[in-house]
Structure formats: structure tokens, C-alpha cells
Ligand binder design. Structure first.
Ligand code: HEM
Length: 448
């Protein structure tokens, strides 16, 4: 292994002190913590929960080498799990599940294959329409008020609604999935949240076994990999959690950047929307998944000047690696960031994820062209938890939309069954289909 920067020799007392990646200081100012950790070199000793040590990879090249070497850095956490208390708050995110994230080799190829094949069946034009319709509906809801919290009223809800459509998930199950997923990321009663999430996903799997449809859940089930119910549930956790939570953060962090940075302000008022530039910048500086991709060395290792103990979590800091000051290449116009991971576990849904975020942001700027932050950018706060990087709230103001453009005008009749992606379709949907979908979304929102 090569080293980004020389770290202290193995056994150095500097490695004895462990920096916590939890608590108010980390939440308030994570970037100072990453900066401070660099005194250790490319890998730093941290605590990911009280009494739970880990090694955090903050050097870009070292992160890449670890991610690309599953033989040396296997993903199965089960030996480590036996050594931590059952109520350790990071277990719901890091504990073993028989899905792509926690497996290697042939077992990984089998579940990942089912996922990539199912993802390939999503028609991108349909996905775009889902996002546009959902965005319009949400903007209609708050438009007439002239103000909104874009996290709770938009960025949090939009990916969930889109995912419920993609996965053929009925509204009542959707609500419970949201609750469970939020809890495990924010480490708020994570065990209870995990239990709710798992129970709800088993219900979804049972529903789709009985009544399959043209949706991701059914496509995963009918794949030749023949996933069991348990594997289905754990794969759905990765897809839903790995999808909706970071989407919320990418939308929120992207809008924050566009509204707070003078470099974008002139383009916004001039009508050209540099959304893709803002998304690229966020993926470098504030990646929605900040620290994850954990592996567990089978024996003690010396890597980049650090000693990695057998079985202790090696966590990749996507934020730390992306902001590594020793990187010599230009970041602007360069997509070599690690926000999607790298190696065999790299995010298989990059194209879909990017499309959801850029269409969601585009719609906001298109419908609310004079939108501005309602508080100074430096007063915005971050949600607790080191796995993700997302705002607690994003209050904005804008010229109120005319009342007739709001959701009050939407049809109040009961919604038809949720539409689903159509694999064979390539054209944009007709107005009729789009209208029908909007009614469905309204129905979903009203709990019909
Ligand atoms: C902004 C949005 C997203 C970001 C930043 C993101 C980021 C990532 C990262 C960093 C990984 C690698 C994790 C690791 O190495 O352990 C990953 C894996 C994964 N992502 Fe995404 N993701 C996003 C959206 C999505 C969406 C929308 C889906 C599904 C529809 C998805 C499905 C997955 C799956 C299944 C894996 C595991 C792949 C494997 O282990 O082989 N992600 N994602």
C-alpha cells in the first residue's frame, strides 16, 4: 500500500488518543474535526460511539486502495459484532445484513447482480417524470405561503415518494419506512427504528410475493438470483436507506450552496442554472454519505503508517478523502471524487441518483426563481450522526405563487393504484399519464 502522507510509526502514542465522531462538537463543526485528524496522516484513530474504536481513512489514495482491495479489507462485520454491546448505536448501520454491502466475492456478485439488473429496468424518462410530478406537487403545497423549510417540506419527502413509486410501496407502508430509516441514520432509538424498518419491509415483500407488479421490488424477486425473503428485506434496506437519505442530503446541500455562494448567484438571476456544477461541488465537499464503506481486516495490518488491528472497523471517510489537502489535481470539472464509493461496492445507482437530485433542484429554481435563504447561511445547522452530511432545516422565502397554482386545485377523487416504471417505454409520458400520476401522488400524500 502506498501512503498519502507519512503518518506516525506504528505504536506511536499519537494513536492512543481517539477522536469522537459523535456529540455536539462533531455535529457543529465536522470539518475542524477532519482537519485536526490529519495530524495522524492518511488513517486516524477515532471513536464511532462511546467505547467503540475504529480507524478512519481520510487520505484519498489510501481510501481508493482500501476500497479496491476487498481481499485485504473484507466487509463481513460479524466477528466485530460479537465484541460490541448489543445496544451499540451504530449497529443498525454497520451490523451484518445478507446484502451487497456486507458481502464479498460470489455472494456479493449474486445480490449486486440482482440489484443492477433491476436498476437497469428503470426507464430514465419515467423516473424524470416521477420526480417532476412529485416536485410540482410538493411546491404546490407550500407555494402560496411564500416560505418553506426545504428539508422537511421537500428534500426529505421527494425521494421517499419517488422511491415508494419505484418500489411499488403502498402509502401506509411508506410512512413507516420513512420513520424507521430516519431513526437509524440519526441514531435516535436506532434499535426500535431498525425493528420497525425490518418489519415493514417483510410486509412489503409478502405483498409483492402475492401480487407482483412492474416495480423494483418485484424485479428483484423475479431475478434468477432467487433472493430469499430475508435477503430481499436486507437488500431493500440498502436500496431505500442508501437511496432516500443521501438523496435528501444531496438536494439540501446543493440548494444551500446555490443560494449561499456568490459564484452561483449571478448565474441564477441570469437564468442559466448551474445545477450540475453545484452537485459536483457538493459531491466533493459535502458528500451526502460522509463516512461508511466499513471493512474488517482479517489480521493486524500496517497501512499508510497506521496500525490496523484485526477485526477493528476500517471506515472510509468520503468527506475526509475528498477534501484531502495533499491532492494535487484540480477538483473543478473533475468527477474523481469518492462520493459514490469505489471498487466492487461503488454505488450502482449513480445515474439515477444524480438525475433525481438535479431534476428536484431544477424544478425548485424553475418554479421559485427569486428563492432566497430566510436565515444567514452560517446559521444553518447539521443533523447529528457521522454517517451522513445533511442539514436539519433549510428555510427559504420567495414571492408567493398564485393560489390557483396550489395543491388545493388538485383533484380530490380517490387515487388509482400507484403507477410503476415501465421497462419497455422510452418516450416521455403523455399528458394523460402524467396527469394520472399526479393524482396518484396527491392520493399518496392524503393517505388514500
Ligand atoms: C445522492 C445519492 C447517493 C449517494 C451519495 C450514494 C452513495 C453510495 C456510496 C458511497 C456507496 C458505497 C458504499 C460502500 O462502499 O459501502 C453506495 C452503495 C450503494 N448504493 Fe448508493 N448512493 C446514492 C443513491 C443511491 C440510490 C438512489 C440507490 C438505489 C436506488 C443506491 C443504491 C446503492 C446500493 C445497492 C449500494 C451497495 C452496492 C454494493 O455494495 O455493491 N444508492 N452508494
Amino acid at each position: 500500500m502506498t501512503s498519502d502522507r507519512p503518518g506516525p510509526p506504528p505504536g506511536c502514542p499519537a494513536h492512543a488518543s481517539r477522536t469522537p465522531l459523535y456529540g455536539p462538537a462533531f455535529t457543529a463543526d465536522a470539518s475542524s474535526v477532519y482537519a485536526e485528524l490529519r495530524r495522524h496522516g492518511a488513517i486516524a484513530p477515532v471513536e464511532i460511539a462511546p467505547g467503540t474504536p475504529a480507524m478512519l481513512v481520510i487520505g484519498y489514495h489510501t481510501a481508493l486502495e482500501v476500497l479496491r482491495d476487498p481481499a485485504t479489507f473484507p466487509r463481513d462485520p460479524r466477528r466485530w459484532q460479537e465484541r460490541v454491546p448489543a445496544d451499540c448505536p451504530v449497529l443498525p448501520m454497520m451490523g451484518y445484513r445478507p446484502n451487497a454491502l456486507f458481502t464479498d466475492g460470489a455472494a456479493h456478485a449474486r445480490v449486486r447482480g440482482a440489484t443492477t439488473d433491476a436498476l437497469a429496468r428503470i426507464e430514465l424518462n419515467d423516473l424524470r417524470s416521477y420526480v417532476e410530478d412529485t416536485a410540482d406537487m410538493l411546491i404546490d403545497r407550500f407555494g402560496a405561503s411564500g416560505k418553506a423549510d426545504l428539508i422537511s417540506e421537500y428534500a426529505r419527502i421527494l425521494p421517499l415518494m419517488v422511491f415508494n413509486l419505484l418500489f411499488g410501496c403502498p402509502p401506509d407502508l411508506g410512512d413507516r419506512l420513512v420513520e424507521g430509516m430516519s431513526g437509524i441514520f440519526e441514531l435516535v432509538e436506532p434499535e426500535k427504528a431498525n425493528e420497525l424498518l425490518t418489519r415493514t419491509l417483510f410486509e412489503l415483500v409478502a405483498l409483492k410475493r402475492a401480487r407482483p407488479g412492474p416495480d423494483m421490488t418485484s424485479w428483484l424477486m423475479e431475478h434468477p438470483a432467487e433472493l430469499t425473503d430475508e435477503e430481499m428485506v436486507h437488500q431493500l434496506v440498502t436500496l431505500q436507506g442508501g437511496g432516500t437519505e443521501p438523496e435528501m442530503n444531496l438536494i439540501g446541500n446543493g440548494v444551500r450552496l446555490l443560494l449561499s455562494d456568490d459564484r452561483f448567484a449571478s448565474d441564477l438571476s441570469g437564468g442559466s442554472l448551474p445545477i450540475e456544477d453545484a452537485i459536483d461541488e457538493i459531491l466533493w465537499t459535502d458528500p451526502p454519505i460522509a463516512n461508511y464503506a466499513t471493512s474488517y481486516p482479517r489480521s493486524d495490518l500496517n497501512v499508510a503508517g497506521a496500525r490496523l488491528p484485526e477485526g477493528e472497523p476500517v471506515v472510509i471517510s468520503f468527506t475526509g478523502a475528498n477534501t484531502d489537502p495533499s491532492l494535487s489535481f484540480e477538483r473543478t470539472g473533475n468527477r474523481a471524487h469518492l462520493a459514490w464509493g469505489a471498487g466492487p461496492h461503488a454505488c450502482p445507482a449513480q445515474m439515477q441518483a444524480r438525475l433525481i437530485a438535479s431534476v428536484a433542484i431544477e424544478k425548485l429554481l424553475d418554479r421559485l426563481p427569486d428563492m432566497r435563504l430566510a436565515v444567514p447561511a452560517d446559521q444553518l445547522t447539521w443533523r447529528p450522526g457521522f454517517f451522513h452530511r445533511g442539514l436539519t432545516a433549510l428555510p427559504v422565502e420567495f414571492e408567493p405563487l398564485p393560489a390557483q397554482a396550489t395543491a388545493a386545485e388538485e383533484p380530490r377523487d380517490p387515487a388509482p393504484p400507484p403507477p410503476a416504471p415501465r421497462p419497455a417505454e422510452t418516450s416521455r409520458p403523455s399528458r394523460g399519464r402524467s396527469q394520472r400520476r399526479r393524482s396518484t401522488l396527491m392520493g399518496w400524500w392524503r393517505g388514500q
